[in-house]
Design a protein around this ligand. Structure first.
Ligand code: MG
Length: 168
């Protein structure tokens, strides 16, 4: 059993996780358009991860014997100004998602909803990891300072990322 308020916020979160997947797919598409297929792969994997996040919430709501409401998605940004711009916008977006997870946790704590508090802890840790990964890549890109050979070696590195569903 979840309160109406908490259920509504979780339903909103499911929308944001699917939207994140949508956004990262748009970013992957942009990376392909500028011939950075490795970075495109990074965002394809990221898009899969976001779908996994959405489904993790979806399954939790069902386990709590409540009903998920699937909402419509906005059109994400499809035009970007280079690879640094993409990672800056990714970091901005992940910070927004973190604030959403904190909001959910605040409500769950106010309501002393222990099952939800326990469930959300995974997402709190996940957001620390997401922001740290994106910051790290952004730093490397900025240090490369437009050096094409450095950017291509980073692109090769990004091409190696594979989606492995977290077991926790
Ligand atoms: Mg997510």
């Amino acid at each position: 059993m979840l309160s109406k308020k908490l259920l509504e916020e979780i339903n909103e979160q499911i929308k944001y996780e699917f939207y994140s997947s949508h956004l990262y797919l748009a970013m992957a598409s942009y990376c392909y358009s500028i011939d950075l297929d490795g970075f495109a792969n990074f965002f394809m994997v990221q898009a899969e991860e976001e779908k996994f996040h959405a489904m993790k919430f979806f399954n939790f709501v069902n386990e709590m014997d409540e009903t998920v409401e699937i909402k419509g998605l906005d059109t994400p940004e499809n035009n970007y100004d280079g690879i640094i711009d993409i990672y800056e916008k990714t970091l901005e977006h992940e910070k927004f998602v973190t604030s959403r997870i904190y909001k959910l946790m605040d409500i769950a704590m106010e309501e002393r909803e222990h099952a939800t508090i326990s469930f959300l802890k995974w997402f709190i840790d996940e957001q620390v990891e997401e922001e740290s990964t994106v910051k790290g890549i952004l730093q490397k890109l900025k240090r490369a300072n437009g050096d094409v050979s450095l950017i291509y070696s980073l692109d090769t590195e990004m091409g190696k990322r594979v989606f492995t569903p977290p077991t926790a």
